[in-house]
Design a protein around this ligand. Structure first.
Ligand SMILES: Nc1nc2c(ncn2[C@@H]2O[C@H](COP(=O)(O)OP(=O)(O)OP(=O)(O)O)[C@@H](O)[C@H]2O)c(=O)[nH]1
Ligand SMILES: [Mg+2]
Length: 442
């Protein structure tokens, strides 16, 4: 039994039109009670013009779209009411619908209904939010690929391949009398891992790139005082966001700015110059700067190329050496004496093209990345890693002499993780898998 839910689908503000959406088992009956037409017996999608009424009192003239399930977004009978865009009218319509048996939808309930009725999988459900929240065209496009099911499709061959092996093992154990069925052995497991692990690695790499396109990259600009960090922030965002002076210790707090470099969004953090100081306020800023190093996806370490490297530079070079980092030699307009490897720029003169190219190179986005469907959020990528780890464990175990039935536990784990990506784990039916693959029990 699916209760009938109702919600305003457009923003809660005055506009030309507003859309109210309903879905559920009784939607056609409920709407018929407060609409001038009876739509209870529709057999396909219909569009009407009529009035919403409360005890014969007209609330508004509306256009009404009625969908007969399962041919609707949620898979249930559903209705969209397009009324005049006044919040008073929209609220009155929602109230009369509630009076007649609907209830207010909770957040994401329409998508979860669509998921429950197998209209979309979990990857697609997550993509709905991504499409709505996308702030760049590139982020929206990559999310639309997931919404269309193209990202989910990429896991299907892996799912089928694991299910094949799992079914073979199960059938060997459960139906030993079927001697004409091939026996799963060490090679079966080793080949499975050898074949799938590189495929999963590729999916993870694609996922990480798509995640960057979707969410952007958090970039911490760090370095000693006065090296030009704030000048770099300003040059990147194209406005005087942070205060720049020749006084060391100008920036105290973190200054943030966003910039879109051809589809790659950078969330920039300009930080206080890191050095030992007795100034209480500055010290808090220095601590924040140090923390930002570990919260960022990329560290840009700025060095003043017109000065020789000192202990403070060296400490920062050491501290960031194992992170995703770019060393920047700023003030290239002056004579260079730093004598270390780095990307040369002059932030003060807006000469930062080398750095932009380097950032793109480090992130590894190319034309293809923007068009490649990918499993691209932390949950999906984490589950892909689980699949890989369990396949590697199975391979390891079989090579160390464990029996197939013991090894099959890891393969089952891998399979469950694949199903979890798509939100199918609670529907797992191994017996069905086995029967669909082998003619056992004839
Ligand atoms: N010649 C030259 N000077 C620069 C350049 N970039 C920045 N400066 C100067 O260096 C000084 C310090 O610049 P800021 O951007 O405030 O340096 P910062 O690293 O943010 O300094 P703190 O906030 O104190 O840590 C200012 O006088 C800038 O004008 C450059 O490319 N060339
Ligand atoms: Mg500064």
């Amino acid at each position: 039994m699916f209760e009938t839910i109702v919600a305003l689908a457009t923003p809660p503000m005055k506009s030309a039109l507003a859309i109210i959406r309903l879905s559920g088992d009784d939607v056609l009956t409920i709407v018929s009670k407060c609409f001038t037409r009876n739509i209870e017996n529709i057999t396909k999608k219909e569009m009407y013009y009529g009035s919403i009424v409360d005890n014969e009192q007209k609330i508004d003239d509306v256009v009404l779209l009625a969908y007969k399930g399962p041919k609707s977004f949620t898979g249930e009978d559903s209705v969209e009411i397009i009324c005049h865009g006044s919040m008073l009218i929209a609220n009155q319509i929602i109230q009369v619908l509630i009076k007649n048996g609907a209830r207010l939808a909770t957040n994401g309930e329409y998508s979860s209904r669509a998921f429950m009725h197998n209209k979309i999988d979990l990857v697609q459900a997550e993509a709905i939010n991504d499409v709505i929240n996308a702030t760049t065209a590139e982020a929206k496009n990559i999310s639309l690929l997931s919404l269309d099911g193209k990202a989910s499709e990429k896991i299907v061959p892996i799912k089928t391949r694991i299910a094949d092996v799992l079914s073979l093992i199960e059938v060997n154990i459960d139906y030993p009398e079927y001697e004409d069925i091939e026996q799963a052995n060490k090679d079966t497991i080793v080949n499975l891992a050898n074949e799938l692990v590189p495929q999963i690695d590729l999916l993870v790499a694609e996922g990480n790139k798509a995640k960057i396109i979707k969410d952007g990259l958090k970039v911490a600009i760090v370095g000693k005082p006065n090296v030009g960090k704030s000048s770099l922030l300003n040059a990147l965002v194209g406005e005087e966001k942070a205060i720049v002076t020749d006084i060391a210790g100008t920036t105290r707090d973190i200054v943030e700015g966003d910039v879109n470099l051809g589809g790659l969004t950078l969330h920039l953090l300009d930080t206080a110059g890191i050095h030992d100081t007795d100034d209480k306020v500055e010290n808090i800023g220095v601590e924040k700067a140090k923390n930002s190093i570990y919260q960022a996806d990329l560290v840009v370490l700025v060095i003043d190329n017109s000065r020789t490297i000192d202990e403070e530079d060296k400490k920062l070079l050491e501290e960031t050496k194992n992170l995703r980092r770019i060393v920047v030699l700023n003030k290239s307009d002056l004579e260079g004496v730093a004598q270390i490897e780095g990307v040369t720029i002059s932030a003060g003169n807006n000469d930062i093209q080398n750095l932009i190219l380097k950032i793109k190179e480090v992130v590894g986005l190319d034309e293809k990345s923007f068009k490649t469907p990918a499993l691209n959020n932390t949950r999906q990528i984490g589950l892909l890693q689980n699949v890989k780890e369990n396949l590697l464990k199975a391979k390891d175990d079989i090579e160390n002499g464990l029996t197939i039935d013991l090894v099959s536990v890891s393969i089952l784990e891998a399979y469950t993780s694949v199903l979890e990506i798509l939100g199918e784990a609670n529907q797992m039916d191994l017996a069905k898998e086995i029967f669909s693959r082998f003619c056992v029990g004839k």
